[in-house]
Design a protein around this ligand. Structure first.
Ligand code: ADP
Ligand code: MG
Length: 385
């Protein structure tokens, strides 16, 4: 479906009978490095995709919330803002309704809205279509109701919507990335205090490209596995007497590991502590203007997720292995794992050979054909009209 501003506005007018008050956009994201660190109070480093959710919205004063998505085969859903309650709705409307609920619960008077959405962020590919949907709605309501909330505050409310209303135990990264990223930059985010820094990541200017390879794999057991990893990390922190694994310094890793008997917990701790160090290393390299040097750090991050955190899958491993065999600078799985997407950093001239090699390797292994696209670090949430 088209996310062209006028097309989305026109569709709104068809659906609701008058022109929208405005049109907003919020992007999906890719995490460059810093995986499974967000629930350990650690570091992440996402950047925004050109793929985005676009919302045409008008405010209402009669308590009605009307929702429509071009990407869902259903008509307009009509709700009353006063009746919204967590987990009452498990369908797609839970994302926008959850945002209205979270805003109202935080004391902001949202008296209703007409919302029409269209998105180019593929759903369930680990690129955060859900956060794009939440953030675009939050930003639109922030503007229309004059709430004056900052990007990081909207991100917090969207996270609350997803945690409590939708019922998904996600961290703060996705919503912050969608709300706060800037074009040509990656966002260095400290998930403990939400301190952020924009890090130059203008791939095109450096003759580099970053490929996103969507393996099209969706593992059904990923929620339970996520919960287990999270609980294991909490046990590790408790065993080491810290609030979160973020508090274990990289220099103290070996000494800390020696204090843990449980082999599984040791692996989880090692991943989180080394991953935080990798994020800091990538920040330093990019700030020094040496983007090619992040390649080996990406490979090391993948090995850690595969061997220590054990959240990869054969398809993701095959992308990384094939990338490495075909002179890619770096590659790793991105997102929670058990499927979803991998990223591959290549010289501009290697886009085609690497893409073809990955496709051939998937075909030879009998896997579903992957979907590959180039990710250009793009703008965060904004008003389009
Ligand atoms: P991800 O965020 O990685 O894409 P999630 O499972 O968190 O995956 O979110 C995907 C869900 O978000 C979809 O199942 C759907 O309910 C909702 N969603 C995403 N994009 C749209 C859209 N354009 N219209 C309606 N719902 C959407
Ligand atoms: Mg999501």
């Amino acid at each position: 479906m088209s996310t062209d501003t006028s097309a989305v506005a026109e569709r709104f007018t068809q659906l609701y009978g008058s022109e929208p008050e405005g049109v907003w956009a919020a992007p999906g994201r890719v995490n460059l490095i810093g995986e499974h660190t967000d629930y350990n109070d650690g570091f992440v480093m996402p950047f925004a995709l050109p793929h985005k959710a676009v919302a045409a919205v008008s405010p209402r004063t009669d308590g009605l919330l009307r929702l429509h998505s071009d990407d869902v085969d259903a008509g307009v859903t009509e709700l009353r803002v006063a009746d919204l309650t967590p987990e009452s709705d498990r369908g797609w409307t839970a994302y926008p309704s959850g945002v209205v609920w979270a805003l109202r619960e935080a004391g902001h008077e949202i008296t209703g809205a007409d919302i029409h959405l269209a998105s180019t962020v593929p759903a369930g590919a680990g690129l955060s279509s859900s956060a794009a949907l939440e953030v675009v709605v939050a930003l639109a309501l922030n503007d229309l109701f004059g709430l004056g909330l900052r990007g990081w505050q909207l991100a917090r409310l969207c996270q609350r919507a997803e945690n409590v209303y939708v019922g998904a135990p996600v961290g703060i990264m996705d919503q912050t990335a969608s709300a706060c990223c800037e074009e040509g930059h990656a966002l260095f985010l400290d998930t403990r205090d939400l301190a952020q820094r924009q890090i130059p990541f203008d791939l095109a200017a450096e003759g580099l490209r970053l490929l996103v390879v969507d393996t099209q794999v969706k593992h059904s057991h990923s929620e339970g596995e996520y919960g287990k990893r999270r609980a294991g990390c909490e046990r590790g922190a408790a065993l080491l007497g810290v609030d979160a694994l973020r508090d274990i310094a990289y220099e103290d890793l070996d000494a800390s590991l020696a204090r843990i008997d449980d082999e599984e917990i040791r692996r989880l701790v090692r991943h989180v502590v080394t991953e935080d160090e990798r994020v800091e290393r990538v920040v330093t390299l990019l700030e020094e203007g040496d983007p090619r040097a992040i390649g080996p750090v990406l490979y090391a991050g993948h090995a850690s997720l595969r061997d220590d955190f054990k959240v990869s899958c054969p398809e993701l491993d095959l992308v990384v292995e094939t990338a490495s065999d075909n002179d890619a600078l770096g590659a790793r799985m991105t997102g929670g794992g058990f499927g979803g997407s991998a990223i591959v950093l290549v010289e501009a001239e290697d886009v085609e050979p690497v893409t073809k090699a990955v496709e051939a390797a998937f075909a030879a292994a009998g896997f579903t054909a992957p979907r590959t696209f180039e990710a250009v670090p793009s703008a965060g949430a904004r008003r389009l009209r």
